[in-house]
Design a protein around this ligand. Structure first.
Ligand SMILES: C=C(O[C@H]1C=CC=C(C(=O)O)[C@@H]1O)C(=O)O
Length: 379
């Protein structure tokens, strides 16, 4: 482990030299890890068989990779610099801008398509520009501070540019032959108590489409070898927002990570249902290219040594530590691209037949706050 100051200095230097690197902290953990690529080559993966950190776009056309064997891997313990406020106070400014009109018109178009029976759900996203007073690493530190339950990262790569985010959504975690995923959807503002959250039928349906489709796709792609386990839906907090979540887990049929990712991505939490029609609509109608927003990112095929228990029965095995292969991949939400000091914030929301265009606009405004609130100095 390095001292935090040395860690951030090395990272900053790497970003400054425009060499590929990523630093991240997993939900509820207190270690920040970084992969600093040593060579200047642009590595990509197509079959997800390598070991390293992957950064994939929404379309699935580009999967950048920082290979472990080409990187220095460093880590530091994260200590919040000052006591943090649970929720940042914020009153969304809802302006009647041109952007709002454009977004609401597109939402209305989706609702009309859904009512014609072409689709059941489409996630519509937009991009918002916001000036930032801070450097990438200061923004990253603010995210670490305010979102302990999120996967917080900063990714810098000559091909993708600089991305920063704090996502609440796991795409998949694989450990040996077990996988865990989640269906996350439905959004409301957090008002002080998780228990007080009441969900409308629209939100319940929006989330159920996600969990049903994940299970169906796992079956279609023959991913799971037996029963797929599902929790009941429950409410989770992500920054200033609440979502509905179902946990889904099972045993893998084989260790083909590529097949698993293809079955899951893009889920109806970021695309829609049916997948292909929703994807086509998104690519043909959204005003901005999503790039890496709503794609996925994370560790793939990392090997970790696990020491055996030293109880008597295991004593003969003491000399052997087992190797655990694991992947932990997140959906790239609540994120921004930093372009010459300006933040491009990407936000979206699920549209179903019962959506209200103005409420959908407001939801994206609320979601943008996860990022906007950390673009300024914190005290
Ligand atoms: C697409 C986003 O969120 C997804 C995850 C949780 C809740 C969502 C919703 O309520 O629409 C979205 O499906 C985003 O934050 O840009």
């Amino acid at each position: 482990m390095m001292q935090a100051m040395a860690f951030f200095n090395v990272l900053e230097d790497h970003i400054h030299k425009n060499l590929a690197c990523v630093a991240y902290r997993k939900p509820d953990e207190n270690v920040i890890k970084a992969f600093l690529q040593k060579d200047k080559q642009s590595h990509k993966t197509t079959d997800f068989s390598e070991s390293g950190f992957v950064f994939s776009d929404f379309c699935g056309s580009e999967s950048l990779l920082i290979p472990k064997d080409q990187s220095d891997v460093i880590s530091t313990e994260y200590e919040p610099e000052h006591s943090l406020k649970e929720t940042l106070e914020y009153v969304p400014e809802i302006t009647n801008s041109r952007e709002q009109k454009k977004h609401e018109e597109l939402v209305a178009k989706v609702i009309a398509e859904i009512k014609m029976g072409n689709m059941k759900k489409v996630v519509l996203a937009r991009k918002e520009q916001s000036p930032s007073q801070l450097s990438a690493l200061s923004i990253f530190k603010n995210l670490l501070q305010h979102y302990p339950k999120a996967f917080c990262y900063v990714w810098s790569h000559p091909e993708s540019g600089l991305w920063i985010g704090a996502t609440p959504e796991t795409l998949v975690k694989v450990e040996r032959n077990r996988f865990k995923t989640m269906a996350l959807a439905g959004t409301q503002a957090y008002k002080g108590k998780i228990e007080d959250a009441a969900w409308t039928p629209k939100e319940v349906e929006e989330q159920k489409i996600v969990s049903d489709e994940i299970v169906q796709k796992l079956k279609d792609f023959k991913v799971a070898s037996g029963v797929i386990n599902l929790s009941d839906p429950y409410t989770v907090k992500a920054g200033n927002l609440l979502h509905i979540r179902t946990d889904i887990s099972g045993t893998l049929e084989n260790d083909n990570l590529s097949n698993l990712l293809e079955s899951l991505h893009p889920t109806p939490a970021v695309c829609g249902f049916p997948r292909e029609k929703a994807r086509e609509f998104i690519l043909g109608n959204e005003y901005s290219d999503r790039e890496f927003y709503s794609g996925f990112l994370g560790e793939i095929n990392l090997k970790q040594e696990v020491k055996r228990n030293s109880n008597r029965r295991n004593q003969e095995n003491q000399a052997y530590a087992s190797i655990l292969k694991q992947s932990q991949i997140f959906v790239n939400l609540r994120c921004m691209k930093l372009v010459e000091g300006e933040a491009e914030i990407f936000i979206g929301g699920g549209i179903t037949a019962d959506s209200n265009p103005t409420a959908e606009w407001e939801e994206t405004v609320n979601k943008s706050y996860t990022i906007k609130s950390v673009l300024v100095h914190q005290d």
